[in-house]
Ligand binder design. Structure first.
Ligand SMILES: NC(=O)c1ccc[n+]([C@@H]2O[C@H](COP(=O)([O-])OP(=O)(O)OC[C@H]3O[C@@H](n4cnc5c(N)ncnc54)[C@H](O)[C@@H]3O)[C@@H](O)[C@H]2O)c1
Length: 396
């Protein structure tokens, strides 16, 4: 660490995180933070009681506060950063208020509901040069995804011809499956593409360095009506128990989407996403074809990288720090054979965020996904939506 960053580290208050949202992402963030030794000092749930129950369940001996509201959270001097893990419609306002209150922000994806909001957040982050502002595109941090990036950068694949893949789930398969995401007002006009497709798109741009130039989309809503339960159903929880009382609600967000892609420079791509494919739990697949070789990775077998050759036998690289490029090894904490997965990708993303803050030199480029990355994903989503509505290729 440099003298400058050591000084900054010494001057900076100790990190203290407040997590907003006590659903699926709330506890995933909590667990990842605890694994890197960054303390959670408080939580905000949709009610104080819910926040308290969450703090008791996950806080152990650390006794984090359960705030009454967001104003109380922002007024807590122990809070140096805010993790926004609530439904998408709340991201813009909470992120804005947190930055204006002088807190670092790590916001869940998508950064906002539309590109006007995300552009405002990019500008606000620029006006707060001593605050870190990140969006949680965590998939980038799988060690073998970083290995793909390193191999492409080293030229091992040669010229990239095309990139194909998918992100497929089954938790919204039935018309009785429900979560706030299915509603345009809560999650945005695009659902499957914005919710999981942007993870794939972010991953592709990170590993390949390619920028999407134009898109052509075909979207489909398998269930134009869903059964909404009386109470709240957090992410994935609907698969565990069926609620007794429901009302029918019309749904316009897509369950499935297929997008053809043209990248600047000429490479082509295709992505399909679905939240209604039985048996696929969280299956992100990526296949990159270059002039010399191809690579394939699947998030449900995240410790294996397939390397395709034309003139010799194909290879299967098992994640092992000793076998990875230096740029990927730093994200692999466990020896080969001890698998690392989804939870580890959050740990690595947050580590990169908090190491950047600790180093204290905000003139350095941020190593984590930034608001600019979040804004780009939303612009892509809007181009995809326009392509669907106008039934044509749309330039991004
Ligand atoms: N990076 C990833 O891999 C990933 C995965 C899942 C979800 N997400 C993102 O995380 C965010 C949260 O999604 P989730 O799956 O955890 O949803 P969820 O439904 O499981 O949980 C959302 C929580 O927010 C709470 N909440 C609602 N309004 C609130 C308010 N005003 N104040 C405080 N809490 C409030 C709800 O009570 C609920 O507990 C979304 O933006 C989603 O896109 C990211």
């Amino acid at each position: 660490m440099t003298t400058k960053s050591t000084a900054a580290l010494n001057d900076a208050p100790p990190p203290g995180v407040a997590i907003v949202g006590t659903g699926f992402m709330g506890w995933v963030h909590w667990e990842a933070l605890s694994r890197i030794g960054v303390p959670v000092v408080g939580v905000l749930g949709s009610s104080t009681e819910k926040g308290r129950r969450f703090a008791e369940r996950f806080g152990g001996l650390s006794q984090p506060r359960a705030y009454r509201d967001f104003t109380e959270l922002l007024a807590d001097p122990l809070v140096t950063s805010v993790h926004v893990a609530v439904p998408n419609r709340l991201h813009f306002a909470m992120t804005t208020e947190a930055l204006l209150a002088g807190k670092h922000v790590l916001c869940e994806k998508p950064l906002a509901m539309n590109s006007q909001e995300s552009a405002e957040l990019v500008e606000l982050a620029r006006q707060c040069p001593s605050l870190a502002a990140g969006v949680n595109y965590n998939i980038r941090y799988y060690p073998l995804c970083l290995e793909i990036r390193e191999r492409i950068r080293a030229g091992e694949l040669g010229e990239l011809f095309h990139i194909a893949g998918s992100y497929v789930q089954d938790w919204l398969l039935k018309p009785t499956d429900y979560n706030w995401r299915v509603l345009t007002d809560e999650g945005g006009e695009l659902r499957a593409i914005a919710d999981i497709g942007t993870h794939w798109l972010d991953l592709v741009s990170t590993v390949s360095g390619l920028e999407v130039e134009a898109v052509c989309a075909d979207l489909f809503t398998a269930h134009p009506t869903r059964q909404r339960p009386a109470g709240e159903i957090e992410t994935f929880q609907g698969k565990i128990g069926a609620p007794s009382q429901t009302t029918s609600v019309p749904i316009s967000t897509e369950d499935y989407g297929c997008v053809m892609l043209r990248f600047r420079g000429g490479a082509r791509g295709v992505l399909w996403v679905s939240q209604v494919t039985a048996g696929r739990k969280n299956c992100l697949r990526l296949e990159i074809a270059g002039a010399r070789q191809a690579l394939e990775w699947n998030s449900e077998r995240p410790n294996e990288l397939w390397i395709g050759h034309r003139d010799r036998a194909n290879e299967l690289l098992l994640r092992d720090p000793a076998l990875l490029s230096p740029g990927a090894r730093s994200a692999a904490d466990y020896p080969g054979g001890h698998n690392e997965g989804y939870a580890d990708s959050f740990k690595q993303c947050f580590r990169s965020f908090y190491q950047y803050i600790a180093a204290g030199d905000f003139s350095e480029p941020a190593p984590f996904p930034t608001f600019a990355d979040g804004h780009r994903e939303i612009e892509l989503c809007e181009a995809i939506l326009r392509s669907q509505k106008e039934n044509r290729w749309v330039t991004v």
